[in-house]
Design a protein around this ligand. Sequence first.
Ligand code: CP3
Length: 385
Amino acid sequence: MSSDVSADPHDQPATAALGAAHPLSRGVTAAAPLIRAYQGERMPQPPVWFMRQAGRSLPEYRALREGTAMLDACLDPQMASEITLQPVRRHGVDAAIFFSDIVVPLRLAGVAVDIVPGRGPVLERPVRTASDVARLTAADPAALAPDDVCGPLGPVIEGVRRTVDQLGPTPLIGFGGAPFTLAAYLVEGGPSKDHLRARTLMHADPESWQALMRWCADVTGAFLRAQVLAGASAAQLFDSWAGSLSLDDYAKHVAPASTRALEHVRGLTYDAEGGARNVPLVHFGVGTGELLKAMRDTGADVIGVDYRIPLDEASRRLGHSVPLQGNVDPAMLGAPWSVLEQHVRDVIERGASAPAHVLNLGHGVPPDTDPGVLTRLVELVHGLD
Ligand code: CP3
């Protein structure tokens, strides 16, 4: 029953070419090391960027954010764009990731959600019962209008446009939360440890669960699509909390919705030498060593790996079928440089067993990270021969 969450071609957006002004169509970002690596081409040095590279580790971020609530900052196109550019200027990373949050499209769809500093997303009214789900899903995700700058996603579209205008050849990565991670916040009402309430709903009321997952897929799908249409050259789906699921539950009750979310951007193509290509799609989760293959099978081109399993082992589990992204342990950023450097070199060596590798952390930059360490890390990677 749950497997038909993704099989609904009638209300899925069709395959479409990106506009002529898109950075991939214009050839501005198509040959960037990040894009080539995402497409499976091994680069002399792995391209490098960091999850949560924009944020509290940067003094210029803290200064700009002063007095502005997190979600207000995300919905201010000028501020979101400036914050997105800060780590690119400072560290010289090979990609920007759009400054926003996975709960932004929930807010735009009418959900009363806020981000509490130091805690994370908190819902005014958790979605716990069948009637809660029915009330939530009564709001049509199509109303988010990912291609309409005058629609609810307008501030996101405008923020992305401003950003890519200034990035030049550095690709912008768009992102969204995967349906399970969004549902975990919606059902729990806030951050939780093992997402027990969400996982219980999955089994106690599979029909409501399926409706919830489908809605989350379309909401996050619209968010992803808006960013890609407006100029993002790649997209990453974050299933941060999927690691709390068994493989069986993931495959049955979650993966079809992740497939559905990715379908919103899967068909977006641009012309390249040798024919049309799709915008590369990355799928990342935390503690997902057992789920890697199932995550790939949702339609991702690249798998992001957290720091708990080495990249050579991850690639083996995937049959060396896709490029990998990862997986420097964020805890190492606070270790002496020689320890960090040795770890980074080991990650790169192990990443060599995958078809291609993009260096990243195994999760986000911790807020108390010395930004100088990140800059030095980028220099190290770019200087490798
Ligand atoms: O630089 C980037 O990576 C882009 C920006 C980005 C943010 N959130 C900004 C943010 C991205 C990609 C996210 C994704 C996100 N948000 C995820 C998936 C990635 C992951 O970390 O697993 C999740 C689970 C969320 C939900 C969320 N939002 C959390 C857990 C928190 C942290 C709460 C805290 O204060 O520690 C947020 C808030 C948030 N999102 C901040 C930033 C920069 C901190 C807000 C602040 O500066 O006060």
